[in-house]
Design a protein around this ligand. Structure first.
Ligand code: ADP
Ligand code: ASP
Ligand code: MG
Length: 413
């Protein structure tokens, strides 16, 4: 079977949902599993609900606003009496009653129970709409299939259970399910990390031994840089799993970095294509790499740069490193670049969960720490050494590194 993933941008309003049907028509709607994200910016709005709830602000008004947006989208797709309207209401009633009754002070747990409803509703709307068009499909609750540990907001897949569950699906049918979510052993919802729907699709592709996986985007494919940030970028028509995983890891947000590993394991051909021009070839990711030496650019903003020095002029040695890295793991702070000298360690990190201050407080008794917030990490893959100078022009570079034809620099914005 084929696995297709439709992200938030591809289902952001009624017209976009209609366009998904056109994309499917162009590809042939048979033996496929569709993984869908929350509509447009719904996940951000649901994050706000959780924030308001814990701050004792009016979260109910925010829920009503999100509900109205979804009802409005459904009105553009269905007749007034369609059962989808009561299903949409039911999802929002569930969220409200969960929050009213909730006793758990665990932010991440509550976050997952609430934020997951974005995908539940979008998948319901899409599944119902496709059935209405006679694209017969079965709606699946991804939480019955994707099993994880109980690391809320960053679930780790239990591959054995997930594989056994997905094995029960009839591979000759069509399904619509949610990206981004799974569940732990007590069946509470666990999300897989922001932007995680690409990864969900890869999990389904791996477990169904899919013949291919395609993610449908608002860009022609993977390009030599984010077209929103760089001029004159080109489409990469064919890259290897290795190049794609490196680009995604450095911050090319068109693909979630975890997506590549399961696909590579089974050599599943992976396409990134435009939902605006579905018949164009887009990017093929596989074992060959026709665009091998193409220079590409990645800008990761909102990074934090630390310079960590020992207080007693001793070397930054293995014991220091292990102390620092265990704290980073404890606070879920992700390192995007590191460099060390005899007595100092430079770390460029991403503070997704806002734990920087706790991290600094724990370390400052043993180390001197200098912090630069809001810096950017600029990466050039396959950099041409004869033209490298151009990248330094007009920039204040705080740190740089060149390794294996990859130039990385940390700059002030
Ligand atoms: P989704 O709708 O699936 O969530 P995303 O917004 O996460 O889609 O990913 C698509 C976006 O990724 C594009 O709109 C583009 O701005 C950005 N992007 C970042 N790097 C690249 C790149 N190298 N090539 C193409 N798009 C990129
Ligand atoms: N809806 C989730 C998010 O916005 C997951 C995804 O879109 O991939 O992060
Ligand atoms: Mg996204």
């Amino acid at each position: 079977m084929k696995v297709f993933k439709f992200g938030g941008a591809s289902v952001k309003d009624a017209e976009s949902v209609k366009n998904v049907a056109l994309v499917l028509e162009s590809q042939g709607f048979e033996k496929c599993l569709l993984v869908v994200s929350a509509m447009g910016k719904t996940t951000n709005a649901l994050e706000k609900v959780v924030h308001f709830y814990f701050n004792k602000e009016n979260y109910q008004a925010e829920i009503q606003a999100i509900k109205s947006q979804h009802i409005h989208i459904a009105e553009g797709l269905f007749q007034a009496k369609h059962p989808v309207f009561s299903e949409i209401s039911l999802f929002f009633d569930d969220v409200e009653s969960f929050l009213r009754r909730n006793k758990s002070p665990n932010y991440n747990f509550v976050y997952d129970q609430v934020v997951s409803c974005g995908e539940m509703i979008s998948s319901k709307i899409l599944s119902e709409y496709l059935n209405f068009l006679q694209f017969d499909n079965q709606w699946l609750d991804a939480r019955d299939y994707i099993k994880t540990d109980n690391t809320y907001r960053e679930g780790t897949i239990d591959w054995e259970k997930t594989k056994n569950n997905i094995d029960t699906l009839d591979k000759n049918s069509c399904f619509v399910t949610q990206g981004f979510i799974g569940s732990e052993e007590n069946s509470f919802t666990v999300t897989l990390g922001r932007e995680g729907s690409d990864y969900s699709a890869a999990v389904f592709a791996y477990c169904t031994n899919a013949e291919s996986m395609t993610i449908w985007k608002d860009v022609p494919g993977v390009m030599t840089g984010d077209p929103r940030k760089f001029d004159q970028v080109q489409l990469l028509s064919n890259i290897s799993y290795e190049e794609a995983i490196e680009m995604a890891y450095y911050g090319a947000s068109v693909i979630h970095p975890k997506t590549l590993q399961p696909l590579k394991q089974k050599n599943i051909p992976f396409y990134v294509k435009s939902f605006v021009e579905p018949n164009k070839p887009g990017t093929k990711i596989g074992n060959s790499d026709l665009n091998q030496k193409e220079e590409s650019y990645i800008l990761k903003e909102n990074q934090v740069l630390f310079h960590i020095d020992t207080k007693d002029f001793s070397f930054i040695a293995e014991d220091h490193m292990s102390q620092i890295f265990s704290l980073l793991a404890e606070y879920k702070i992700k390192v995007s670049l590191m460099q060390n000298t005899a007595i100092s360690l430079a770390l460029c990190v991403e503070d997704k969960y806002h734990h920087i201050e706790d991290f600094i407080n724990k370390l400052k008794s043993n180390f001197n720490i200098e912090v630069n917030k809001n810096v950017s990490l600029f990466t050039v893959r396959n950099v041409k050494m004869n033209t490298i100078e151009q990248f330094y022009k007009g920039k204040t570079v705080l740190l740089e590194q060149i390794a294996r034809q990859t130039l990385q620099m940390i700059t002030l914005p």
